[in-house]
Design a protein around this ligand. Structure first.
Ligand code: FEO
Ligand code: CA
Ligand code: CA
Ligand code: CA
Length: 607
C-alpha cells in the first residue's frame, strides 16, 4: 500500500464541538484539573473564603479575582524542571455583580476588596504522581495588590513633576498596580505584569481644575493640567470609580495619580522581599502584555500591544545585552533602551519608529520637554510619528525557534470602509486577525521587518465575514477574537479568545483555546481544544518546558454576554448567576480559576 500522506497539521488531538453551556470542555484524552480559585487562601493561616463576609484584609491573603496572564518559572531557576516551579498569575479586574451579595449598594469596603483583588499571585507548585499541587506555606508565596503593595517607579519618568503626588512628593513610590492583563517572564526569571485599562478606575472631571495639591491649579486656564494627556487615554472613565471612595483615584483631588499607572511592572518572584518596579522606559499605554526574546546580539527585545481600537504596536530594545550568568546584572536592564512604534506599509514592510525626545516632532513645540514627557504621553508621541492604528493589539509572541512574531488583533467594530489598510483589511472587524512578523536575518532590533496576515478570524462559511483560513479547517476549528497566545515547546501556536459580550455574533460559541498550524502546507488550519463556561473568557495559556502541562486561566465565568445564553435571558447576579462554575455549590458564586491540562497518557499536549 502507498504510505499514508503526511498530516497537514502537527496537532493530532480530536476537536471538541463549538457551543456554550455552564462548564468547561477539553479534547478527549485530556484532563482539566482545578489548581486554584478566587478566594482560596494562599497561606495556611489565611482566612477561608466566605463570599458573604468578604474583607479586603482577607482578600489580600487569598487568590485574587479574574486570573489572566500565567507565567511558569522552573525551579531551580535556569533549569527545565517541568514538575516544580513558580506560577505567576495576574489578576486583571473585578466583576462586582457576581462577587458581592450587596453589589447594588456600592461601598468603600467593596472598593477596598476590589483593590485587593487586582494585582498578582505567586505560587510554588509541584507535580506529584501526575497531579499538580500548591506547596503550602512556601517562602515564595506572594500577593501583589492595588491596595497596599509598594512599587517603585524607575527609568526616565521616576521623580518627574508629573508623577509627584500628595502621598509621594518624590514621584518614585506608587501604591499598587491594577488591571494586570497579560505579561511575560524575562530570561533572568522576573515576572512582568502589564497594566492595561487603567483609565477605568479614575473619577473626576477634566474641565475642572485640579485640587489644592496641584501647584499648577492657579495657572488660570480653568481646565485640568493633564486634560490633553488624560483625554488621549480615556481618563477618567469612571467605570470602577474608585475615586468615589479613594481620593487618589479622583483626578481633581490628585491630578497626577493617573500618570503612575499604565506601565510594565517587573517583579522578582524569587525574592518576595524585593519591591516590584514600574519600568517607565517601556512607555505608558494600555499594555496588553510584554513578551520578549533575546536578540542575536544579546539585547532583550520586548513586544507590547496597546489594546484599544485604533491603537498601536510597540517594541522596546534594551541598550545593554542580557547577562546570562550574573542575574543581578540584569536588575535594571529595562530602565534603558529604545521604545519604538510600528508603521505597517501596503508593500508588506513594517517600520519601527523610535520614540526619542527631540526627534520626529517630539519637541517642546509639541509639548514634549524631555523623554519623561514622551513616555508619559506615549500615545500622543506615537500619533506624531505616524504609527498605524490597529484593530486592538493584544498578545504579541515571538517564537524562539523561528524568530517570527505573532500578533493577535482581537477586533475593531468601529473601523469604517474608508479606514481599512493592508494590515487591518476589514471594516467592522468583529472577529480579529493574526499578523506574522518576520525580522530580517532574525534581527529583532532591525529598523524594518516584513509582515503577513496569517488568518482572518471568523466563520469561513459566512461570505459576509470574509474570513481567511486553510480550507481544511473544520466547523469547530475557526475562532473569533484572538487575545492571548502561547507557543508550545515543539513550536505549536495556541490561541485563547475573548469575544466579550459579542460572542453570540462573533462565533455563536463560548471562548476557548485553539491550536493553529503556522508552517507547511497546512498553514492556517485551526483546531478547537478547549472551551470555557458561559460568560467566561480564556486567558493565560502557559506550557511547562516539557509541553506536558498547560495552565489555563478561566476569567469571569458567568458574566460577559449571559443575556444571549439560551434559556438565560437575564443578567448574572451573585444570587442568580448564569453558572456557579467551578464549584456548582449553591452557596458559592462563580469563581475565576486556574486549570491545569495534562494528557491522560502523560504525553506532550496537542500531538
Ligand atoms: Fe485585558 Fe486586552 O485584554
Ligand atoms: Ca488580554
Ligand atoms: Ca502569551
Ligand atoms: Ca481579555
Amino acid at each position: 500500500p502507498p504510505p499514508a500522506p503526511e498530516p497537514l497539521t502537527r496537532f493530532g488531538f480530536s476537536e471538541i464541538t463549538r457551543g456554550v453551556d455552564d462548564t468547561h470542555h477539553v479534547a478527549p484524552g485530556y484532563r482539566a484539573d482545578l489548581l486554584i480559585r478566587w478566594g482560596d487562601p494562599l497561606w495556611s493561616d489565611a482566612p477561608p473564603f466566605d463570599p458573604n463576609a468578604q474583607q479586603a484584609a482577607a482578600q489580600g491573603r487569598q487568590f485574587g479575582y479574574n486570573n489572566d496572564y500565567i507565567g511558569y518559572i522552573p525551579l531551580p531557576l535556569g533549569s527545565n524542571n517541568s514538575e516544580h516551579g513558580l506560577l505567576c498569575v495576574n489578576h486583571e479586574y473585578t466583576n462586582a455583580e457576581v462577587m458581592f451579595p450587596d453589589a447594588d449598594q456600592r461601598t468603600a469596603a467593596h472598593v477596598e476588596i476590589e483593590m485587593a483583588c487586582n494585582g498578582g499571585s505567586i505560587l510554588e507548585i509541584r507535580k506529584h504522581a501526575g497531579r499538580w499541587r500548591i506547596v503550602p506555606d512556601s517562602p515564595y508565596t506572594r500577593r501583589i495588590t492595588a491596595l497596599d503593595t509598594e512599587i517603585a517607579l524607575s527609568g526616565p519618568v521616576a521623580g518627574h513633576a508629573r508623577v509627584r503626588t500628595t502621598a509621594d512628593p518624590s514621584g518614585t513610590r506608587v501604591i499598587g498596580t491594577l488591571n494586570n492583563c497579560a505579561g511575560g517572564i524575562t530570561p533572568w526569571g522576573t515576572y512582568l505584569m502589564a497594566e492595561e485599562n487603567f483609565h477605568s478606575y479614575f473619577s473626576g472631571d477634566l474641565d475642572r481644575p485640579s485640587g489644592p495639591t496641584d501647584a499648577r491649579a492657579d495657572e488660570g486656564s480653568g481646565a485640568h493640567p493633564e486634560k490633553t494627556n488624560y483625554e488621549r487615554y480615556g481618563v477618567p472613565a469612571g467605570f470602577f470609580a474608585w475615586g468615589d471612595f479613594q481620593q487618589r483615584f479622583d483626578v481633581n483631588a490628585e491630578p497626577n495619580e493617573a500618570n503612575r499607572f499604565g506601565w510594565i511592572v517587573e517583579v522578582d518572584p524569587l525574592d518576595p522581599s524585593a519591591m516590584p518596579v514600574k519600568r517607565t522606559a517601556l512607555g505608558r499605554f494600555k499594555h496588553e502584555g510584554a513578551e520578549s526574546i533575546v536578540n542575536t546580539d544579546g539585547r532583550l527585545v520586548l513586544y507590547s500591544g496597546d489594546d484599544q481600537r485604533f491603537e498601536y504596536l510597540y517594541r522596546f530594545v534594551t541598550r545593554n545585552p542580557v547577562d546570562p550568568v550574573n542575574r543581578a546584572a540584569n536588575r535594571d536592564l529595562l530602565d534603558d533602551g529604545t521604545l519604538a512604534v510600528a508603521r505597517f506599509d501596503e508593500d508588506g514592510t513594517l517600520t519601527w519608529l523610535p520614540l526619542i525626545f527631540g526627534h520626529g516632532g517630539l519637541t517642546p513645540e509639541n509639548g514634549f520637554h524631555s523623554q519623561a514627557d514622551v513616555l508619559i504621553e506615549t500615545r500622543r508621541a506615537a500619533d506624531l510619528l505616524g504609527a498605524t492604528p490597529m484593530d486592538r493589539p493584544e498578545d504579541v509572541e515571538p517564537d524562539p525557534r523561528t524568530g517570527r512574531i505573532y500578533v493577535m488583533l482581537t477586533n475593531n467594530s468601529r473601523r469604517t470602509p474608508e479606514q481599512i489598510d493592508a494590515a487591518n483589511p476589514r471594516a467592522e472587524n468583529l472577529w480579529g486577525h493574526l499578523l506574522e512578523l518576520t525580522p530580517p536575518q532574525g534581527d529583532h532590533t532591525a529598523a524594518r521587518f516584513t509582515w503577513d496576515i496569517l488568518v482572518q478570524a471568523g466563520d469561513p462559511q459566512d461570505p459576509n465575514v470574509a474570513a481567511q483560513w486553510h480550507p481544511a479547517t473544520s466547523a469547530n476549528g475557526w475562532f473569533a477574537c484572538p487575545d492571548n497566545c502561547a507557543i508550545d515547546p515543539a513550536g505549536g501556536l495556541w490561541i485563547a479568545t475573548d469575544q466579550g459580550r459579542g460572542w453570540a455574533t462573533a462565533s455563536g460559541g463560548a471562548d476557548g483555546l485553539w491550536a493553529l498550524e503556522t508552517a507547511g502546507p497546512g498553514r492556517g488550519i485551526g483546531r478547537m481544544f478547549f472551551r470555557v463556561p458561559v460568560g467566561a473568557e480564556l486567558c493565560g495559556p502557559c506550557f511547562t518546558p516539557d509541553g506536558r502541562s498547560l495552565f489555563l486561566a478561566v476569567q469571569h465565568p458567568g458574566t460577559d454576554g449571559t443575556l444571549d445564553y439560551p434559556g438565560f435571558e437575564r443578567l448574572s447576579t451573585f444570587a442568580d448567576p448564569a453558572t456557579r462554575w467551578p464549584d456548582f455549590d449553591p452557596n458559592m458564586p462563580p469563581r475565576p480559576s486556574v486549570l491545569v491540562i495534562t494528557k491522560e497518557d502523560g504525553g506532550p499536549i496537542g500531538g
